[in-house]
Design a protein around this ligand. Structure first.
Ligand code: UTP
Length: 318
């Protein structure tokens, strides 16, 4: 089995205060139109699994066994993917195709999976607020359904450790180039005694390069205290007319404890076309089953690009 394909079980993971994860997947995905006209961007395949399956595998690997998907108008595709597929399973069983049968069954076995609908895409903050009744009065994780952390990384477990030690909320931060910061939420931070942990003192959503308080961008993993729901209820629509999670977190950061875990590993934004392509190429190269042949082709292709003969290269042999 390739390194990128193994679903994890929570067996052996120590019990934690945080058991539930919320996966917002109700955005319009306009950056990826027309592919996302009738398919959620979270269902776009990354090699042979939809992006959101990697995200659910990551939550399960960190010991979170209750996962709530916040879905929008394309609810059906996501629900079906994490459900059993009786006819397909029967056909594969009849053929004795155990490998594909497992691949079909795996998504539904990862965790207890629940769904809730965000009637209108009123923003990430609103999507999180939709999870209030399901989450209740416990801390919970949020993993964005189109934001993929390489399966070899342990960011979420590290964030849960920090939350166990410090309480409050924990967000994931990544250093980005100054010309990229306007694409992200940006954190003002103070150092702590630990290299990869900072205290968050302020947050700005998509600041200009000049107004950015640091080069720390907020990426799509959060461990939140339930107090965030009251804050979200009070949060008016912000940038783009959407209820921004960043605005609610700013309030928590000024009145309570928000820590940031600084991540310098591999992360992919599969909602962005160029990053999506990089993700597929990178993860395909890493696969034991596909990698060797694909890498050999890729090397030839790049050599042909360099030599200006790519048209000839891609033509089938006579
Ligand atoms: P994005 O800002 O990347 O999603 O939200 P988007 O609005 O769909 O993207 P573009 O810019 O139009 O291409 C980050 C995450 O939050 C979810 C998205 O599905 C994505 O996983 N989201 C966003 C919601 O669930 N609801 C919303 O109202 C907005």
């Amino acid at each position: 089995m390739g390194r990128m394909t193994s679903p994890h079980s929570s067996a052996g993971t120590p019990a934690r205060a945080v058991r539930k994860a919320v996966v917002p997947a109700a955005g319009l995905g306009t950056r990826f139109l027309p592919a996302t006209k009738a398919t959620p961007k979270e269902m776009l395949p990354v090699v042979d699994k939809p992006a959101i399956q990697y995200v659910v595998e990551e939550a399960a690997a960190a010991g979170l066994d209750d996962i709530l998907m916040v879905t929008g108008r394309h609810k059906r595709a996501i629900e079906d993917h994490f459900d059993s597929a009786f006819e397909l399973e029967q056909a594969l069983a009849a053929k004795g195709d155990a490998v594909r049968l497992d691949a079909v069954r795996d998504p539904a076995r990862l965790a207890g999976i629940h769904h809730i609908r965000q009637g209108e895409p009123l923003g990430l903050g609103h999507a999180v607020l939709c999870a209030r009744r399901h989450v209740g009065d416990q801390p919970f994780a949020v993993l964005l359904g189109d934001d993929l952390i390489d399966p070899r990384e342990t960011l979420l477990s590290r964030m849960l450790d920090v939350r166990d030690r410090h309480g409050g909320s924990v967000i994931a931060l990544m250093k980005v180039a100054p010309e990229q910061i306007h694409l992200y939420g940006c954190a003002a931070v103070e150092t702590t005694g630990e290299d990869d942990v900072v205290r968050v003192t302020g947050l700005v959503e998509k600041p200009s390069r000049r107004d950015a308080p640091s080069s720390y961008a907020v990426i799509g993993r959060y461990v939140l205290e339930p107090a965030v729901f009251d804050t979200l209820e009070r949060t008016p629509p912000g940038r783009g007319g959407e209820i921004q999670l960043t605005d609610a977190l700013r309030e928590l950061a000024t009145s309570g404890t928000v820590h940031g875990v600084v991540f310098d590993g591999l992360r992919y934004d599969t909602g962005d076309k160029a990053d999506y392509l990089r993700t597929v190429v990178r993860l395909a190269c890493d696969r034991d089953d596909l990698g060797p042949e694909f890498v050999a082709w890729l090397k030839e292709f790049v050599a042909a690009l360099d030599g200006g003969t790519v048209g000839e290269h891609s033509r089938p042999a006579a």
